[in-house]
Design a protein around this ligand. Structure first.
Ligand SMILES: NC(=O)c1ccc[n+]([C@@H]2O[C@H](COP(=O)([O-])OP(=O)(O)OC[C@H]3O[C@@H](n4cnc5c(N)ncnc54)[C@H](O)[C@@H]3O)[C@@H](O)[C@H]2O)c1
Length: 337
């Protein structure tokens, strides 16, 4: 095996241990901090870099690392890397295209089952010493219709989980995967509104971008089948918070389970949430509306934790090791363009 010099940044101790044991035989240099220009003299012979999104790789950094041939980022996004500049210098760049498909879908169902079987309320009651069943009647998922908005990697896992519960499924995606729908026996509808009007449970799995901003909003909230449950494990900006409050107050939504809030602002990478608290840039109106959401009995909020399982985080590290190993065999994988 060729021995190379690898510099690794933005790592916690357990991550260092994992990578150290898998990169034996290489000359490795670990840092907990992000890569800054001032670090380049310590790593100027580095041939490979491992980074997360806070290490900005630009011309300035690249000029100082003349031996660099490979960068792998422990993130899905790669806009912190000047990929064009890397191309000019024949430096390959890989990322982690996915790590949490089943993980986030499982969290969506954790939120849903909490609502359908009143798990939070039940536990609160027994903690207080009360074992009476008043107000604890739930509902079955079997036979209910699940509306999946966005059938990418996570949405597909939600479909497969829902099948296990014998739910009926409808979906909307501007790029429907008809083969997957055929395989799993569900139907794509023509619009978000069509899905809202027939679903007992709606789960959001679309990315946040201009076209999905406030996908659930004041104009379509009344289209939701009365009493439906809404689950959001995607991004806070998909939902107009004011519409949710209106929907809850007027019975369009019976309960809302969410892992994300508008107040978070634009979150690029979910794993970033392990290091940062809520961004302070949210506008006051949204902060107040989110605050009102927090106080509703039929709203259940988790703190952007859907991606956060042992296995998902290990998948990020394993993919990073795979990326490095493929690079060493001159057979790159997960290259970004
Ligand atoms: N809460 C968390 O911890 C967490 C973790 C990972 C991902 N996420 C979120 O989940 C989202 C989905 O992740 P993924 O890996 O499944 O992404 P993906 O890119 O595989 O799938 C997204 C799907 O949404 C579809 N889509 C685009 N516009 C749409 C619209 N207007 N209506 C309906 N569908 C639309 C796309 O065509 C695609 O099929 C991510 O973008 C991210 O915001 C959250």
């Amino acid at each position: 095996m060729i021995k190379i010099k690898i510099a690794l940044f933005e790592l916690e101790n357990w991550e260092k241990d994992f990578l150290k044991s898998r990169l034996k035989g290489h000359d490795v240099l670990f840092f907990s901090k992000k890569l800054a220009v001032s670090d380049t003299n310590k790593i100027k012979n580095a041939e490979a870099l491992v980074i997360f999104i806070n290490s900005k790789i630009d011309k300035n950094i690249l000029d100082r690392l003349p031996k660099l041939r490979f960068i792998t980022t422990m993130s899905t996004g790669f806009d912190h890397i000047d990929v064009q500049e890397c191309k000019k210098r024949n430096i390959l760049v890989s990322n982690v295209p996915s790590y949490g498909e089943n993980t986030v879908a499982e969290h969506a169902f954790a939120l849903l089952l909490n609502i359908s079987r009143k798990i939070h309320d039940s536990i609160e009651k027994t903690r207080r010493g009360s074992f009476d069943l008043k107000d604890l009647r739930g509902f079955d998922l079997k036979g209910k219709t699940l509306g999946v908005l966005g059938t990418g990697k996570i949405g597909k896992h939600s479909v497969m989980i829902a099948k296990g519960f014998q739910m009926n499924i409808v979906a909307y995606d501007p790029f429907p995967d008809k083969e997957f729908a055929k395989q799993h026996g569900f139907e794509y509808l023509k619009s978000v509104e069509n899905v809202l009007s027939v679903s007992d449970v709606i789960t959001l799995h679309a990315p946040y971008m201009p076209s999905t901003h406030h996908m659930i909003n004041m104009s379509n909230i009344r289209k939701i089948k009365k009493g439906a449950v809404l689950i959001n494990t995607a991004r806070g900006g998909l939902i107009e918070t004011k519409a949710i409050l209106y929907g809850l107050k007027n019975g369009f939504i019976s309960a809302f389970g969410t892992d994300v809030l508008e107040e978070e602002g634009f979150v690029r990478e979910d794993k970033e949430m392990l290091y940062k608290s809520f961004k302070k840039q949210a506008d006051l109106k949204t902060v107040l509306e989110d605050h009102i959401l927090l106080e509703q009995d039929n709203v259940f909020i988790t703190p952007h934790n859907a991606f956060n399982t042992k296995e998902a985080l290990l998948r990020i590290l394993q993919t990073t090791v795979d990326n490095l190993n493929y690079f060493l065999k001159k057979k790159s994988i997960n290259l970004v363009k």
